[in-house]
Write a protein that binds this ligand. Structure first.
Ligand code: D41
Length: 689
């Protein structure tokens, strides 16, 4: 048994290591060791502390979540008040210029005096928190409250992993109050909501509510379930610490003490610099991993800050420049559906137009019936709409108190739209799927364009030159309704289209003509049956051998097809149950689309039967698609990722991670020459590499 001194030393060492790796993981976002290794250190410390409870200290990393649920929060009086920040309501850049002009006036600067230096930072959209460290140890965390008195939320704040329980460095300040914003990152928000939905719980409305809800939890164990982060942006009471001379340097110093400080900050000169920062962040707003509602400008020199002072709890030296709100209230005037390009009926809320996220929004997606049920949104409801960046506007929640028509019925898609509003085909909801879909397939105009593009695509019928613009024109003019119509096109019709010269028209017709000679697998794939991708089409073609056998198969006939499950089987039988689809197929055959039927077979034959290949990099003389065709013609299978089950990796120039994975796993690696050798009939795949 170790001596008490040795045990204490080991615990100390472990805490140092854990704190260090915790910092790398949660603050620097740059872990040095795998999670499993971290867990091992953590468990060793836990075990040690369990056996020797006398060595547990409150700042031990094992003690983040502890303590009993509270009855309520105690009040905390801020020894240095938490001021608030003035918000510049002026839109455009005038806000920055007004702010700078005000500062220069207050400081009695002349026009030819040098520009003021500003520290620019983000305005995080969370909850303002004050952290109190005494001799380097976190002793208290409080909300802002009214600025004078807040609430003691220490237990909950301790669960925020990026907040150090002990500051870095050997000579900690006697007292250091750090002010900043606790927030929920978007990935944490998404993960939390995903879990809630899975377990039937209530998802959070937005990350801000998530942060507030977590901090206001009376039970710290519950708070720990809602992961938050923190960024420091200022100081409260300080004793026994030399405060740097500028705001930017203060943040650097806090960072050195182990506090999380955002990298998205800058020192700029004069109002042009402010505008530049504002615009730069505005452009990147949506790609940040957390919500912000604007930027903050602060006079960088603390001496100038002191000279400027504050009015009615707002410092004169700081201002928040807000971005357009991403959430607003409006009214749902109607709920309608749109038929998407894949046939999914998407419910859409028609909104009373509202300015949100920088544009006027009059429609918002409601995604699907599940989402409508979750929100319980009805016509006439007042809702919160959100639009972030280029994302489609969505309804976040319903303000139930403001429901005007209390008798408004629930919106049920299948009741309102038993058939497709575009083509009148039946609509169906597949088990386990959220979407309700039009079964019209190639017949439905809303799906026709997408279906035609898919039909003509390289791996399907391979009609070169039939791109999006052309398909739009062909469908919009009514010249083409189904893929079969493509084969009825004449030169005059095609040449009459916009931007269609005689030459390109005849090229297109030649490509269409050429596509008539195809394979059964390509033809099946080209039909665009849901859940039938290229590989499935090949399996099905090989199994049935001819189209009639497939068209007449019932769901049980698919049991023996390798890699085909009940969902695919159902998609196929449903597709061929629609008379419109059968008709298009017949027309295509009548137009001369043909292929070689094959003898139905159960298993791939050929030299490379059952062998699995992965292709990576650029091969010298053939494309990856060509290589794939050759391998499959010999009975081999080409898959996307390397595993222990992979037989060969064919690597060309600039092969990347797949090649290294193959080397790691000891999978045989072939270059193009070796592949061609393997494919030679006399070799028959029997080569020792
Ligand atoms: O990111 C923020 N939300 C933020 C808030 C920030 N970056 N800086 C801030 N600076 C201050 C002063 C200038 C008073 C030190 C603030 C806030 N205050 C603040 N947030 C809520 C109340 C006050």
């Amino acid at each position: 048994m170790s001596s008490p001194a040795a045990i204490a030393e080991r615990a100390h060492k472990l805490r140092e290591q854990i704190n260090y790796h915790n910092y790398r993981y949660y603050v620097l976002d740059n872990p040095e060791i795998p999670d499993a290794e971290f867990d091992r250190l953590f468990r060793e410390l836990q075990a040690l502390e369990a056996e020797h409870p006398e060595i547990i200290s409150p700042d031990s990393p094992t003690q983040r979540v502890g303590g009993q649920p509270l009855e309520g929060f105690a009040q905390v009086r801020h020894r240095v008040p938490m001021l608030s920040i003035r918000t510049e309501t002026d839109i455009e850049s005038s806000g920055a210029y007004n702010f700078d002009a005000r500062i220069r006036r207050e400081l009695k600067l002349k026009e030819d005096d040098p520009p003021i230096e500003y520290a620019c930072e983000l305005k995080f959209d969370g909850l303002a928190i004050s952290l109190r460290y005494e001799h380097g140890v976190l002793v208290q965390a409080a909300t802002r409250g009214d600025g004078e008195t807040g609430e003691d939320v220490t237990q909950n704040v301790r669960t925020i992993h990026c907040i150090p329980l002990r500051l870095k460095g050997n000579e900690p300040p006697a007292v250091l109050e750090v002010r900043g914003e606790a927030y929920m990152s978007r990935p944490d928000f998404e993960r939390y909501n995903e879990k809630q939905r899975e377990s039937g719980g209530t998802p959070l409305v937005n990350p801000r509510n998530g942060a507030a809800g977590s901090i206001r939890q009376l039970d710290p164990a519950m708070a720990a379930q809602r992961p938050l982060s923190f960024y420091a942006y200022g100081l409260g009471e300080v004793a026994g610490w030399a405060i740097p001379a500028s705001h930017y340097a203060v943040l650097d110093a806090l960072s050195d003490l182990g506090m999380p400080v955002s990298h998205e900050r800058a020192v700029v000169q004069g109002p042009q610099g402010l505008v530049q920062f504002h615009d730069d962040i505005g452009r990147r707003r949506d790609s940040l991993p957390f919500d912000i509602d604007g930027v903050v400008y602060k006079v960088n020199s603390l001496e100038l800050q002191a000279r400027l002072g504050f009015v009615s709890r707002e410092p004169r030296w700081a201002v928040a420049h807000k971005f357009p709100a991403q959430e607003e209230l409006t009214v749902v005037e109607a709920i309608e559906v749109q038929v998407g390009r894949t046939g999914a009926l998407t419910p859409v809320a028609r909104l009373k137009p509202v300015f949100v996220g920088g544009v006027t929004v009059s429609n918002a997606t409601l995604h699907n019936q599940d989402e409508i049920d979750r929100l319980d949104v009805r016509e006439g409801d007042t809702v919160i709409v959100r639009r972030a960046g280029d994302v489609i506007p969505e309804v976040v929640s319903v303000i139930k108190d403001r429901r005007l028509h209390t008798d408004a019925p629930r919106f049920e898609m299948l009741k309102r739209y038993p058939v497709c509003p575009v083509c009148g085909s039946h609509v169906a909801r597949q088990e386990g799927e959220a979407a309700i879909r039009c079964t019209g397939g190639l017949y439905c105009p809303a799906q026709r364009k997408q279906a035609l593009l898919h039909f003509a695509s390289r791996r399907a019928m391979d009609i070169e030159g039939l791109g999006e613009k052309l398909v739009d024109q062909l469908v919009d003019t009514g010249i083409v309704r189904t893929p079969a119509d493509l084969y009825k096109l004449g030169i005059a019709k095609v040449a009459s289209l916009e931007r269609m010269a005689e030459k390109s028209a005849s090229n297109l017709l030649a490509a269409i003509e050429k596509s008539k000679h195809t394979t059964l697998a390509r033809f099946i794939f080209a039909l665009g049956i849901r859940n039938v991708g290229e590989a499935t089409a090949k399996d099905i073609a090989a199994h049935f051998g001819n189209l009639d056998a497939l068209m007449n198969a019932d769901e049980t006939a698919f049991v023996e097809v390798p890699d085909v499950g009940p969902i695919v089987a159902q998609s196929i039988t449903q597709f061929f149950a629609e008379p419109h689809n059968r008709e298009v197929v017949e027309q295509l055959r009548a137009a001369g689309v043909n292929w070689q039927d094959a003898v139905p077979r159960r298993k791939p034959l050929g030299a490379l039967a059952d062998k699995t290949f992965v292709l990576t990099g650029t091969l010298p003389s053939m494309s990856r698609d060509e290589a794939k065709e050759k391998i499959e013609a010999a009975g081999g299978k080409v898959v996307g990722s390397v595993s222990k089950k992979t037989d060969y990796v064919v690597a060309g120039a600039e092969a990347g991670s797949k090649l290294s994975k193959a080397q790691e796993l000891g999978v045989t690696i072939l270059d193009e020459d070796a592949l061609l050798l393997l494919l030679r009939p006399e070799v028959q795949g029997r080569l020792d590499f």
